[in-house]
Design a protein around this ligand. Structure first.
Ligand code: HEM
Length: 480
């Protein structure tokens, strides 16, 4: 293709540095939504010659990332995190090709649909009931309990590993890994990402301390990935491995060494991509309930009518609870967990709607923008589960929040189950209200923090059992 077509519009660049001063480092999704008003749904800009394309509508995301998936499914190459610190082998950063498709097939076979997730319903339920007990014991430590629960669910489903207490060594190691990863991927954190030839500079050269850091981080990554994998193999050898992603795949006949490597690295992606994201979504659920007592009451009325008050809800009750279902959709929309998705990279020049999208562009989807666009949602800033009920429901946010095309989130059904079961069981037994300090009610606001995974800013709320019967139900949960 000759570059005869114009690039998608965007702010005017400066020579060499391009649009470096136009794009805010933090929460750039707001800027992209503003630019949309001026330039339309497809935008482009460059920073130091690197071309970025931003997609601002669901239709375009489908047309480009789904329908032209063959050329839009690569990932940007991260020199520090990917090449030097070893993360390039994880599913999230893996380039497009046969290995990626193999990893994704594993996800598909084990957790690729709501029906398959039923194999993991007992785990989801057991660990969420444990969460209710933790909250009852110590309602002020909400974020700690959420984190522990999300970690436990992922480690149990991926490795059959049962998290022990509040200071579990594997959780600690995995959390450490994640902070290393986010530290490395903050824009501009490492010069080597802009000047990749620097990766050949030896560690002892002044200024090359990133080599030492990368070595250290890579060691932590391998220790965790190899260690958890070995844990499952040891359990299988002893005949005590519970059903999990890894035990199920390793149990298949005629595995090659290559297959085992692929199983190991695809499982590693579950924790890296699944824990923080779930934490953010669950935390935003509690914020929404704090701010919207009327919504909470409507959901509780439905639960009381359908389930009664002498047992806890399960995932099997889902179809009978349309309001709670709508509420959990609204949780996915109202606060956007991954506001710009994960960038895709294009592998060929393409002309779309008359614009040139050059090979090697980084393609971002403004997920926050789509989920807060007035054309898709009435009063988008409000928390309104009703928008998904009735004869003309608004766009299902689960078709947006998990990304598009061949890199769409392979953990979406797991995330969806975790969110639903947490919402429904919490509402069945607790009231979430604004906390009161010195006689004054504290009214939090929704503020999504900066980051590839955006968490709601910390807030206070009060969580109390709905009734003595509800409290008794929590006590009756068998010890774990
Ligand atoms: C609320 C929870 C979650 C949200 C909002 C979310 C969102 C996303 C998004 C937007 C992407 C990028 C898709 C794209 O590139 O187009 C993604 C990728 C991914 N997610 Fe999730 N996710 C969530 C939970 C999970 C869970 C629980 C798991 C695993 C068990 C998981 C595993 C992954 C993996 C492995 C990728 C990388 C896929 C690839 O590069 O091919 N996610 N997720």
């Amino acid at each position: 293709l000759k570059p005869s077509k114009p690039l998608p519009p965007g702010p005017r660049p400066l020579p060499i540095v391009g649009n470096i001063f136009n794009v805010p480092i933090d929460k750039s999704w707001f800027a992209f939504s503003d630019w949309q008003k001026k330039y339309g749904d497809l935008l482009s800009f460059h920073i130091l010659g690197r071309r970025f394309i931003v997609i601002n509508s669901a239709e375009l995301a489908i047309d480009i990332l789904d329908k032209k998936g063959a050329i839009y499914s690569d990932r940007p190459r991260l020199t520090m995190a990917g090449d030097l610190a070893g993360w390039k082998d994880t599913l999230i950063l893996l380039g497009y090709g046969e290995t990626l498709r193999k990893y994704r097939r594993y996800f598909h076979r084990l957790i690729g649909s709501r029906a398959l997730m039923q194999n993991f319903h007992p785990v989801e339920e057991r660990l969420t009931y444990r969460f209710l007990q933790d909250i009852l014991k110590n309602p002020n430590d909400l974020s700690t309990h959420i984190r522990k629960t999300a970690d436990s669910i992922i480690l149990s489903i991926s490795y059959g590993y049962d998290v022990q207490g509040d200071h579990d060594p594997w959780v600690k190691m995995a959390d450490n890994l994640l902070s290393q990863f986010s530290e490395m991927t903050v824009a501009g954190a490492y010069l080597v990402d802009f000047l990749p030839f620097l990766k050949h500079v030896p560690e002892w050269v002044p200024g090359a301390s990133f080599q030492k850091t990368a070595k250290e981080y890579k060691a932590t990554l391998y220790q965790a990935v190899d260690g958890l994998h070995q844990f499952v193999k040891d359990q299988m050898a002893a005949g005590i491995a519970p059903f999990s992603f890894v035990s199920s795949l390793l149990g298949e006949a005629n595995l090659s060494g290559n297959d085992e490597h692929a199983i190991k690295w695809s499982a590693a992606a579950m924790y890296s991509a699944g824990a923080e994201t779930t934490v953010s979504a669950l935390y935003s659920f509690f914020l929404a309930m704090t701010l919207h007592p009327e919504t909470q009451k409507a959901a509780q009325a439905e639960i009381d009518a359908v389930i009664g008050s002498d047992r806890l809800p399960t995932l099997a009750d889902r179809a009978a609870l349309p309001y709670v279902e709508a509420l959990s959709k609204e949780v996915m929309r109202w606060h956007t967990v991954a506001p710009l998705s994960i960038p895709h990279a294009s592998t060929k020049d393409d002309i779309h709607n008359g614009y040139l999208i050059p090979k090697g562009s980084y393609v971002l989807v403004n997920i926050w923008g789509i989920l807060h666009n007035k054309q898709n949602y009435s009063e988008p800033d409000l928390f309104k589960p009703e928008r998904f009920l009735g004869d003309h429901p608004e766009l299902d946010p689960r078709t947006v929040a998990f990304g598009y095309g061949r890199r769409i989130c392979p953990g979406m059904h797991l995330a969806d189950a975790s969110i639903f079961i947490t919402c429904v069981t919490t509402l069945a037994v607790f009231n979430v209200t604004k906390s009161v300090e010195n006689g004054v009610e504290i009214v939090p606001t929704l503020e999504g923090l900066a980051g590839a995974i955006s968490h709601p800013a910390p807030f206070k709320c009060s969580i109390t059992p709905r009734s003595p019967e509800a409290e008794a139900l929590i006590h009756e949960i068998p010890a774990h």
